[in-house]
Design a binder for this molecule. Structure first.
Ligand code: GTP
Ligand code: SPV
Ligand code: MN
Length: 593
């Protein structure tokens, strides 16, 4: 098949990798619908995909991964920099030569009897000054079809790249999906990613976490921009003015939900609207006017299925009604559609669970959908997709919001005193682990800026880069920085805050703060809202004034213990934590004492 580019660096790299993996055939992905449709049919014939009801879910498919391959594998993810210090204490590290030798051994001959697919893709709109190109070589049609939803693929990417060497090399080999030989390796100095022995989303859709966060965070450090695990949303006020917010929450902690929220009725009546620009990743640059601008480098949503329903996130649900690939959810035999826990209270009785076994949702004790089951849906399907989604210049950011799952401690909302204090607030994020990564669920761990699994270099250098980016902004142009916690619980384990659409009430206070319209009270950890400034119109019966007060409470004893934990965490960086952040920690301790 004809090559789609003459770029010498692409052809040389591909030549080397094809010699290594030894496919029977090579197919270049040109991005045409005809080619993608042929691949869908081939995947259905082989059983890799199952076609769902064309009337109820047009253009939708179901895929089941191996049962040992259902989430990202952080313990098998490596940053392969020349020195261990460059990867830092929060990353697994392997020396590049060692990693290349190990991975070449695993990849060698692994495409025998298989087809190699060459996917040219762009992170960001093709031709945007923010965008970057990648090439993924894979032996999985599932990967091709997911990449075609999640990124911009095809010949136009090569045309825009020309003969440039600025593209990210990605080699994915399914091999035999062996857990003990699974490796997800990033080589930031070489713009290279190698992923072997997995077929699961975040491990194999190399444009996503591997490139758009791990490699891109390193590129951003070198090139004065930022790659963040952040959603982007626009809030339109009744007068038509739209303000944009970027928010970083750890995996499965509410980015997709916040990015497409439906305003509470009282807000809708006033004319508030929310527009989704992105639900997972932001690339951020300083614009000509001195403000920070963000794009969403992705073209689709790889969203958590369980818990998504017509009440919690109708826009996400609507996004999955056509052209979507579902992974590891329940197949409803009755009408050839899909189901997952939390979709509705009517699980199908005649069904197939995520493992491929017969399953009766009315009687089974076992979950039908894998807790990290996902949908891959085109962004254009989203009813509230922003008119600025394709804007090559991005959108101007008014506020950054950090947040995590904390049953205790972190209040519903607080504001950092200034940029540097905001970097501190982001760096001390901690959250209960979720099913998005293999391992224990519900354990509180530090997850600075929601980037713990995604920062492609030393986290202390990354914090310094945040400080430096702030220093390059005029204070009045710098986004204000906040921290939220939708997950605070009462002593009986119930969520104190209704969450979801009602989170707009908190974003509303954030915008008021950005516009200098709301007051705040100073506390040891930062600025807290006055309880009366959080608009509870319509939820007075759900959230009593006492409950709101307890959500805004700062418990000095708990925070003192937290400060000790932060100091211990900072100690891991052996003196590299920026002085500005150490000063914030000292200040916190002094204010608590
Ligand atoms: P990744 O795609 O893994 O990066 O995750 P994400 O941050 O986009 O998470 P998502 O929005 O998919 O939310 C995951 C889980 O959090 C789902 O089970 C949601 O139901 C739950 N969730 C989201 N928002 C809220 C909220 O405001 N309150 C509560 N209690 N749960 C929420
Ligand atoms: C996450 O885990 O943060 C995700 C899903 O967004 S994955 O693409 O698997 O990383
Ligand atoms: Mn994510």
């Amino acid at each position: 098949m004809a090559e789609l580019t003459k770029n010498p660096t692409v052809l040389q790299w591909l030549g080397e990798k094809l010699d290594l993996v030894q496919p029977d055939r090579v197919v270049w992905i040109d991005g045409s619908q005809a080619q993608l449709e042929a691949l869908r049919q081939e995947a259905c014939a082989s059983g890799e995909l199952h076609k769902l009801s064309e009337t109820l879910l047009p253009g939708c498919y179901l895929h089941r991964t191996a049962t040992n391959d259902v989430a990202r594998v952080e313990h098998r993810t490596f940053i392969c920099t020349p020195t261990k210090e460059l990867a830092g204490p929060t990353n697994n590290w392997m020396a590049p030569e060692e990693a290349y030798a190990l991975l070449s051994g695993i990849a060698k001959g692994s495409y025998k009897g298989r087809t190699a697919y060459v996917i040219p893709y762009s992170m960001g709109p093709v031709g945007s000054p923010f965008s970057k190109a990648g090439v993924e070589l894979t032996d999985s049609i599932y990967v091709v079809l997911n990449m075609a939803i999640m990124t911009r693929v095809g010949k136009a990417v090569f045309d825009a790249l020309g003969d440039s060497d600025d593209w990210v090399r990605g080699l994915h080999c399914r091999c035999n999906i062996e857990e003990e030989n699974r490796y997800i390796c990033q080589f930031p100095q070489d713009n290279t990613i190698i992923s072997v022995n997995s077929g699961y989303g975040g491990n194999v859709l190399l444009g996503k976490k591997c490139f758009a966060l791990r490699i891109a965070s390193y590129q951003g450090w070198r090139e004065q921009w930022m790659a963040e695990h952040m959603l982007i949303l626009g809030i339109e006020k009744p007068d038509g003015d739209v303000k944009y917010i970027c928010a970083a929450f750890p995996s499965a902690c509410g980015k997709t939900n916040l990015a497409m929220l439906i305003p509470p009725e009282s807000y809708r009546k006033k004319g508030y609207k929310v527009w989704c620009v992105g639900d997972d990743i932001s690339w951020i640059r300083k614009g000509a006017d001195g403000r920070l601008y963000a794009i969403n480098p992705e073209n689709g949503f790889f969203g958590v299925a369980p818990g998504t329903n017509a009440k919690s996130n109708p826009n996400a649900l609507e996004s999955t009604k056509k052209g979507t690939i579902f992974t590891n959810v329940v197949l409803n035999n009755a009408d050839n559609t899909v189901w997952w826990e939390g979709l509705d209270k009517n699980p199908p009785a005649d069904a197939i669970d995520w493992k491929g076994n017969a399953w009766n949702g009315k009687t089974s004790e076992e979950k039908g959908a894998q807790p990290n089951s996902r949908f891959t849906a085109p962004a254009v399907n989203c009813p509230c997709i922003s008119s600025e989604f394709e804007n090559p210049q991005g959108v101007p950011i008014s506020a950054f919001v950090f947040g995590g799952r904390r049953a205790k401690l972190a209040p519903l909302i607080y504001q950092a005193r200034d940029w540097n204090h905001g970097v501190f607030v982001g760096s001390v994020m901690a959250s209960e682990t979720t099913a998005a990564a293999a391992g224990a669920v519900g354990v509180v761990r530090r997850d600075p800026m929601a980037m713990l699994p995604f920062c492609g270099y030393n986290m202390a250098e990354y914090w310094q880069h945040w400080i430096d980016m702030g220093a390059s902004l005029a204070p009045e142009k710098a986004p204000k920085i906040f921290n939220v916690n939708w997950f605070r619980k009462d002593d009986d384990g119930n969520f104190l805050w209704p969450g979801f659409g009602d989170n707009l009430r908190v974003l509303d206070w954030i915008l008021d703060r950005c516009e200098g319209k709301a007051d705040a009270s100073d506390s040891a950890i930062g600025y807290l809202p006055k309880a009366e400034d959080i608009n509870l119109e319509g939820i007075e019966s759900e959230v009593s004034p006492a409950a709101l007060r307890s959500m805004l409470d700062v418990d000095a004893a708990l925070w003192q213990a937290e400060a000790e934990g932060i100091a211990e965490f900072y100690d891991k960086f052996e003196g590299k934590v920026p002085a500005e952040m150490q000063a914030s920690l000292a200040d916190l301790k002094a204010k608590l004492a």
